[in-house]
Design a protein around this ligand. Sequence first.
Ligand code: AMP
Length: 462
Amino acid sequence: MFKNKKNYATESPKLYDNVNKEIDKEIGFKDLNLLKPIMQAVADAGYENPTPVQAKAIPAVLSGSDMLAGAQTGTGKTAAFTLPILHLLAEKPAAASRSGRPRCLILAPTRELAAQVEESVKTYGKYLPLKSTAVFGGMSIVPQIKALRRNVDILVATPGRLLDHVGQKTVDLSGVEIFVLDEADRMLDMGFIVDIKKIIALLPKQRQNLLFSATFSEKIKTLSASVLHKPVFVEGAKRNAASELVDQSVHLVSQRLKSHLLSHLIKHHKWKQVLIFTRTKNGANRLADKLAADGISASAIHGNKSQPARMKALAQFKDGSVTALVATDVASRGIDIDRLPHVVNFELPNAAEDYVHRIGRTGRAGSSGKAISLVDKEELRYLKEIERFIKREIPKVLFDSFVPPANMPAEPHNSLPQRQGGRKIYGERTPASAGSRNYQPRHGYAKKQNNSKGNNAKSKVR
Ligand code: AMP
């Protein structure tokens, strides 16, 4: 739970100073006229002021309008739709039996996001008599059928599993009054368009629609035009604004040294919680094993893991019993961990937008975080694209006390670090790093090894 008693709107100016300028900074939750039980839950969560997207979206949803919201995770978007939905449902009398017949349907692209959104519904609705449940794949369908048989006001679902329930007639969507498409851009990226259309065809014509998307491609515009009726447009943060709050840096390091450097960083800085991104599922498994072998508690989370295994890993990471969570992009999407301090890109993503989504896991909702990218020579072109996309150069720093293991196999010819005087060095001046203020060429790996005897216990990585 977010226990930050800070004034959100004024203490995270970097994140929001470019957006929603017209929003009165003094807007407080009390100005939004939400029901008392909801206000109490918000106060319990430690929120003092609404985020910009909340200040705009909550009145729009309360007015009954359809809404198109440009907001990514980290902007407070979940509460932006959950709070007014709870208010609207609590105000209107419900049919005596809502068994299998939800009044609100929230579609989310991934299992993790669906679980998290439902957790938020429960958190913000804890003083209301409304019932919610989540259905998503990777879990047995039986308990979900049982949960649906009970009264359900708010159903959070992933598209595929929802259609399974429709097929088994365990859910009836004809009573849906409010329909939410969360992370609609991701839904389309993941190929859910056909499922979404099938689901929409099952909803009553008369309903309120809310669509959230971090990006506005032509596809999203077409989808919005077909789903939304005279929508109010609400903008959260600028697409790459999340990156402004995060302390970003790049370590230039050859692929083969990355896992050693990562273990070293975690141990040396005594990191307690770090989310690490890899490109592949196998890479995630291998890295988690390697970290574990280095004495760091780690788990991997990706599409090949069963849903219970993913949820367990996430829960352990959240409660601090696992230090390092290694994830692929899809698995990580929407993971919401309050004030996550460190994110590491073990490999850079090839889409610059994914970089922003990844580092958006840290520095969320007003707290700052660190994002470190381990970048091999082969990835410099991605780095350039990312820097162009976020419109800033990322400082290239070298970690001086890192000593690569002495027994490393020979260096492949074409990868960093390059050789200097017959010796391997960890950092080399490269086109990407040249000119960066923070870049300090390292003095030499052999010298470091000789010098490092005193503090080797800490900095040497096996
Ligand atoms: P979201 O964009 O929905 O993923 O939310 C990101 C984070 O912001 C979550 O950890 C929320 O608990 C937190 N949050 C949401 N609304 C507020 C608020 N008004 N003040 C402070 N934190 C908030």
